[in-house]
Design a protein around this ligand. Structure first.
Ligand code: 3HC
Length: 319
């Protein structure tokens, strides 16, 4: 991936830097045509690409249950959701492309392990209740993380988030409704829901990234207006939102340290297993190899489609 910058004379460079800083300070948008520091561009390519990869890889765990959904209605809902995730990936790859990288380059970096996707998708979906837990907890966490990103300083990213967030609300609601239905069912169904929540709660907290004290990127991303909240702020917001939902659902969140703190006006909660998180980030999670192998196979199987589309576009352009 080559991000080149034409050399500028000192005066122009200083003007451009101060214009960039003033735009960020005013909470205005930086657009693709604007000058931006190399580090700003690199951070955006890294984060938007990882976000896009997460959407595409995230189709696998839920897609696993499309053919086994218990009714036509549940199958239609799940199909719609998984299709939405593909669309989210495409919006985000399009936003990344405005920074001078192609989705082919980004896909090759994902497949070769040089770029990441969200750790949450390295966990298996072992029961149908997982479809509900992913909707309720994973998409719920995604909403907490993505709503502030609607105000991110880079224009194309923020605008992509507005549509993504509207669709995420449907994703979260369908998951919660699925679990509510199961909780009104048999003892076996209630036990299936509780077992699923036990497996997905802590990985959902990990989605927000490491604690702020261990985050090498957060301070600079906040200064550039890429992030509007820190990892810990959003994790806390997610916990505060989820506890009453869990109570209404009738499930127990697997954290003995969870308790309302009147003084803080937030829930106190335990810490995820950050060693487990780092293992996932390094590619040693339960499903990392399976997810990448599947993505690699899909990319290879689709090579003929890309070649045909490119040949057609070239023929049209030279006709
Ligand atoms: N999974 C994998 N890697 C993670 C991670 C996670 N959950 N959280 C952090 N990391 C990585 C970072 O990429 C970084 O590594 P790098 O510098 O080599 O890229 C390192 O851990 C340190 O983390 P930082 O907090 O310093 O990194 P960031 O400032 O990038 O913050 C983030 C991490 C909060 C995930 C931020 O990148 C972000 O907000 N990204 C956009 C949202 C996103 O990607 N969400 C993923 C889920 S998409 C989804 O849920 C789809 C929904 O439809 C289900």
């Amino acid at each position: 991936m080559t991000l080149t910058e034409t050399p500028l004379d000192a005066g122009t460079q200083a003007d451009l830097e101060s214009h960039f800083e003033a735009t960020i300070a005013r909470n205005d948008r930086i657009e693709p045509r604007d000058w931006m520091p190399d580090g700003y561009r690199r951070t955006l390519v890294r984060q938007i690409a990882q976000h896009a990869h997460s959407e595409i890889i995230g189709m696998q765990p839920e897609g696993n249950w499309i053919s086994r959904a218990p009714s036509l209605r549940r199958k239609a809902i799940l199909l719609a959701k998984v299709q939405d995730e593909a669309g989210h990936g495409l919006y985000l790859y399009s936003a990344a492309e405005t920074l001078g990288v192609s989705r082919l380059e980004l896909t090759e970096m994902l497949i070769s392990g040089r770029q990441k996707y969200s750790s949450i998708f390295n966990y298996p979906t072992l029961s149908y209740a997982d479809v509900g837990s992913i909707g309720w907890l994973v998409d719920g966490a995604a909403i907490c993380n993505q709503v502030p990103l609607c105000r991110t300083s880079f224009g194309p990213y923020g605008r992509a988030m507005i549509r993504v967030c509207k669709e995420e609300s449907f994703h979260q609601r369908q998951g919660y409704e699925l679990l509510t239905t199961m909780m009104r069912g048999t003892d076996e169904q209630r036990a299936m829901v509780q077992e699923s929540v036990d497996r997905f709660w802590w990985p959902a907290l990990m989605m927000f990234g490491p604690p702020d004290a261990d985050s090498p990127n957060t301070a600079q991303s906040m200064a550039w207006g890429i992030k509007r909240n820190t990892n810990d702020e959003l994790r806390q917001k997610f916990v505060d939102m989820s506890v009453p939902q869990a109570e209404a659902l009738g499930v127990t969140l697997p954290d003995p340290d969870l308790a309302w703190n009147d003084e803080r006006a937030h829930y106190d909660f335990g810490q995820p297993d950050w060693d487990e998180f780092m293992q996932g980030v390094k590619g040693n999670g339960p499903c990392n190899a399976q997810r990448l192998a599947h993505r690699r196979r899909a990319h290879e199987d689709g090579a003929w489609v890309r070649a045909a589309a490119t040949a057609f576009a070239t023929k049209e352009a030279t006709a």
